[in-house]
Design a protein around this ligand. Structure first.
Ligand code: BGC
Length: 518
C-alpha cells in the first residue's frame, strides 16, 4: 500500500519528524541567498540618488536633478539610470534557466555555491567601476548570482523542511531579503554623507552576504530528494534520518523515492510542463510572481528615496524614511513566519490584498489632490503618505512577498519542480525588470495615477487568491497532486487519465509500490 499520510487539524503531516538543529541551521544558511538579493534591491535606490554617483555615471540626470524648476514627477526619468537598476534582473532571468538544470544535475547545494561565486565577482566589478560598461557588467554578474540563488534556495528549504514547518522555514529566505534591504538602506544613509566614494562602499558591501553564503554552504547537507533523484539513495536515506532526528523515516523515504521514480520517467521536464496536468501548478506558480511584482512593492523598495524626495522630504529625510519602510518590512515578515503554517497561505494573501488596496488608493488620492508639478506637499501630508506606505509594506511583507516564493517552491511534483520553479523565478525577474525599467517613466507620465494602476492589479490578485489558489498548508511536498490539485473545485478537471498523463504515471508507480510491498 502507498504510505499513509494524515493531515492533522493544525495542518501537520504524520511523517515522523522533529524540528532538528540541522534543518534550522541549514535553512538559515541557505537563506543568506536572500540577503544577497535583498541587499541589491535596497542599495540601488539610494546609490542612484547620490550626487557623486550621478556625476560620475549619469551627469545628465545630475544636472536635471539640480535644475530648479524640473517637474516633480519627472526629474529622475532617465532610461540609462533605470537600466542600471534593472539590468540585474535581465541577467537573473537568463541565469535562472541554467540554474534550473544545475539544480537537477548537480544538486541544490552546488547551485547555491555557484550563486555566491557569481555574486562575488559582480561586487568586485561594481565597487571598482571606472565607467558605465564596467558598472553594468558588474550588475549582470550580480544578476547571475541572484538567478542561481533564487532558483536554489527556496527549493532547498522546501525540500529539507518537515511539512508542518515548511512555510515558516521557507520564509527565512524572505526574512533575509528584507534584512538585506534594511541593511542596504542603513549603509546608504551613512555613505551618502561621504563625498566622493560613498557609492563604492555601498556597492562593495554586497560582498558580505556572498561570502556568508559561499562559506556557509560548505557546512550544509544536500536535500534527500536531490540525493535520491541523482541516484545516491543510501546517502539520501542517511541525510533524511539525520535531518528528521528520528530513525523511522521509511514512509517519507518511500514517498520521496516514488516521486523520484516518477520524475525519472520524464525525459524533458520542460516538455512535461506543457501537459494538461501541469497547467494548474504552472499557472498558479507564475501568476503568484506576476502579482507579487504588480503589487508595486519595488516602486517603494527601489525608489523610496526618490519617491520621498518627490513628495518634498529632504534628501536625508528620504533615506531615513527608506530605513523606516525597511524596518516595517522586516518586522512584518515575522508575522508570516509564525502565521503561515497556522492561518494558512490563502488567509494571509486575501487579508493583505485588502490592506494594500486601501493604502494604495488613499495615497493616490492625497498625491492627486496635493502634489502638483513643482510644489512640495505639506509636511503633514508627506508624513501621512509615509505612514500609508508602511501599511502597504507590512501587508506585502506578511503575504505576497514571502508566499510568492514559498508557494511556487512547494506546489510542483518532483518531475517538474525545478523546471516549473524556473518559470516562477524568471517571471519574478521579468516583472521586476519591467517595473524597475518603467517606473520612473510611468511616474513622469501617469503621475499619481500610478497608485491606482497598482490598486487595480491588487483587486485582480485578491480574487485570484480567493477563488483559484488552493491551500497547501501542512501538505507533504511530494503529495501535492493527490491531496491538493486533484481535490480542488476548479483545477481537478486538469487531471484526467489521458495516455501519457502524469497521473497515469503516478498510478502505475503506486501499483508497482503496492505489489512490491505485498
Ligand atoms: C520580492 C522583491 C521585493 C522584496 C521586498 C521579495 O519577495 O521578490 O521583489 O523587493 O520582496 O521585501
Amino acid at each position: 500500500m502507498a504510505p499513509p499520510v494524515f493531515v492533522d487539524e493544525k495542518g501537520g503531516d504524520s511523517f515522523p519528524s522533529k524540528l532538528t538543529k540541522q534543518v534550522v541551521v541549514c535553512s538559515i544558511i541557505a537563506a543568506f541567498g536572500g540577503l544577497m538579493f535583498g541587499y541589491d534591491i535596497g542599495i540601488s535606490g539610494g546609490v542612484t540618488s547620490m550626487d557623486s554617483f550621478l556625476l560620475k555615471f549619469f551627469p545628465v540626470v545630475y544636472e536635471k536633478k539640480h535644475r530648479a524648476k524640473e517637474d516633480n514627477y519627472c526629474k529622475y526619468d532617465n532610461q540609462m539610470l533605470q537600466l542600471f537598476t534593472s539590468s540585474l534582473y535581465l541577467a537573473a532571468v537568463v541565469c535562472s534557466f541554467f540554474a534550473s538544470f544545475c539544480c537537477k544535475k548537480f544538486g541544490r547545494k552546488r547551485t547555491m555555491q555557484m550563486a555566491a561565486a557569481f555574486f562575488f565577482v559582480g561586487v568586485i566589478l561594481n565597487a571598482a567601476a571606472v565607467n558605465l560598461p564596467m558598472l553594468i557588467v558588474g550588475r549582470l554578474c550580480l544578476g547571475a548570482g541572484v538567478g542561481f540563488g533564487n532558483q536554489a534556495v527556496p527549493l532547498f528549504i522546501s525540500e529539507i523542511a518537515p511539512a508542518r514547518y515548511r512555510g515558516g522555514l521557507n520564509i527565512c529566505f524572505q526574512m533575509l531579503i528584507t534584512v538585506g534591504i534594511l541593511i542596504a538602506n542603513l549603509v546608504n544613509y551613512f555613505t551618502s554623507k561621504m563625498l566622493t566614494y560613498g557609492w563604492r562602499i555601498s556597492l562593495g558591501g554586497a560582498a558580505f552576504p556572498a561570502i556568508f553564503l559561499g562559506l556557509g554552504s560548505l557546512l550544509i547537507v544536500e536535500t534527500p530528494t536531490s540525493l535520491i533523484e541523482r541516484g545516491n539513495t543510501d546517502e539520501g536515506l542517511r541525510v533524511l534520518k539525520k535531518i528528521r532526528g528520528v530513525e523511522d523515516v521509511q514512509e517519507e523515504y518511500t514517498a520521496i523515492f516514488r516521486a523520484t521514480e516518477a520524475a525519472k520517467k520524464i525525459e524533458n521536464p520542460f516538455k512535461n510542463l506543457l501537459k494538461r496536468s501541469s497547467i494548474p501548478q504552472l499557472f498558479c506558480g507564475t501568476m503568484l510572481q506576476v502579482f507579487q511584482q504588480f503589487t508595486g512593492i519595488n516602486v517603494i523598495m527601489f525608489y523610496a528615496p526618490v519617491l520621498f524626495q518627490t513628495i518634498g522630504l529632504g534628501s536625508d529625510a528620504s533615506l531615513l524614511s527608506a530605513v523606516v519602510t525597511g524596518s516595517v518590512n522586516s518586522g512584518s515578515t515575522l508575522v508570516a513566519i509564525f502565521g503561515v503554517d497556522r492561518f494558512g497561505r490563502r488567509a494571509l494573501l486575501i487579508e493583505a490584498a485588502i490592506q494594500m488596496l486601501v493604502s494604495q488608493c488613499i495615497t493616490g488620492v492625497i498625491l492627486a489632490s496635493q502634489l502638483g508639478s513643482t510644489n512640495a506637499i505639506s509636511k503633514l501630508y508627506a508624513y501621512i503618505v509615509m505612514a500609508l506606505i508602511c501599511v502597504f509594506v507590512s501587508g506585502f511583507a506578511w503575504s505576497w512577498g514571502p508566499l510568492g516564493w514559498l508557494i511556487p517552491s512547494e506546489i510542483f511534483p518532483l518531475e517538474t519542480r525545478t523546471a516549473g520553479f524556473f518559470f516562477a523565478v524568471s517571471m519574478n525577474m521579468i516583472c521586476t525588470f519591467i517595473i524597475a525599467q518603467a517606473f520612473l517613466t510611468m511616474l513622469c507620465h501617469m503621475r499619481s495615477g500610478i497608485f491606482f494602476f497598482f490598486a487595480a492589479w491588487i483587486v485582480v490578485m485578491g480574487c485570484f487568491a480567493k477563488f483559484l489558489l488552493p491551500e497547501t498548508k501542512g501538505v507533504p511536498i511530494d503529495e501535492m497532486n493527490e491531496r491538493v490539485w486533484k481535490k480542488h473545485w476548479f483545477w481537478h478537471r486538469f487531471f484526467t487519465d489521458e495516455e501519457g498523463d502524469q497521473s497515469c504515471v503516478e498510478k502505475e508507480l503506486k501499483l508497482q509500490v503496492t505489489k512490491d510491498e505485498v
